[in-house]
Design a protein around this ligand. Structure first.
Ligand SMILES: [Zn+2]
Length: 233
């Protein structure tokens, strides 16, 4: 299967589905990670004050992380951090459409639409628009992931609430998820921050306990279409 992970920032792919990426890659699926934003310049008052070196370091880091997780490719697009809503939605949709056209994925993982982070919300909306069900569409499934420090920090104030109904056992790749996150030195935090190794473990254990395994990542299915000539069950 061709699997496309579409994330707003470098580290969202790890936080949302790092264990799943590694597992699916090990099972022989072709994973592409698309990171639409540069992910760092919002830490400065204006974008011009930000250090261009930090932007390129973070981008290089996302390529190393992708390689570590056995993704075939990492695509980056450099949209300004936490300013996705300063672009017309159509521009983001076009960027996602081009990526989907290039990769031709059967499965997409992306952001939940009710996150606190505005870029995550925009990406969710853009992915649903760009992956809409046209007659020649081969996408079978679209799933959303949670991003610790954004999904739960919305405190259910923005609809929809994240209600996972699809879980992937990542017991064997949990260590890789934590290690991949540690490669993003500028993004990882100390416990009790949700992006700390201990919190990532706790979240995976919590979902694992819900579905009867040691560690799991949780997803919400947006849609699953069984095209002709595919096995439905
Ligand atoms: Zn993010």
């Amino acid at each position: 299967m061709k699997v496309l992970v579409i994330a707003a920032h470098p580290d969202d792919e790890v936080l949302g589905c790092g264990g799943t990426i590694k597992r699916l890659a090990q099972e022989g699926h072709a994973i592409t990670i698309a990171i639409l934003g540069e992910g760092i310049t919002s830490r400065h008052r204006t974008r011009n004050e930000a250090d261009g070196n930090l932007v390129s370091q973070l981008e290089q880091c996302s390529h190393r992380v992708g390689k570590f997780l056995d993704a075939r490719r990492v695509l980056t697009r450099g949209i300004p951090d936490n300013r996705f809503d300063s672009l017309p939605l159509l521009e983001v949709v076009k960027i996602v459409e081009e990526i989907i056209e290039e990769i031709n994925p059967e499965v997409i993982f992306t952001h939940h639409g009710g996150d606190l982070n505005i870029d995550h919300m925009v990406v969710h909306r853009a992915v649903l628009t760009a992956s809409r069900c046209l007659p020649d569409q081969i996408i079978q499934s679209v799933y959303t992931f949670e991003v610790p420090s954004s999904t739960e920090w919305a405190f259910q104030q923005f609809a929809p609430v994240f209600s996972p109904n699809f879980f992937i056992d990542i017991t064997e790749t949990m260590e890789d998820k934590v290690r991949a996150m540690s490669m993003y030195e500028s993004e990882e935090r100390a416990f009790p921050h949700p992006r700390s190794p201990q919190s990532l473990e706790a979240i995976a254990k919590r979902w694992g306990s819900v579905v009867g395994c040691n560690r799991a990542e949780a997803f919400q299915m947006v849609r699953r279409v069984c095209h002709i000539r595919e096995k439905c069950l």
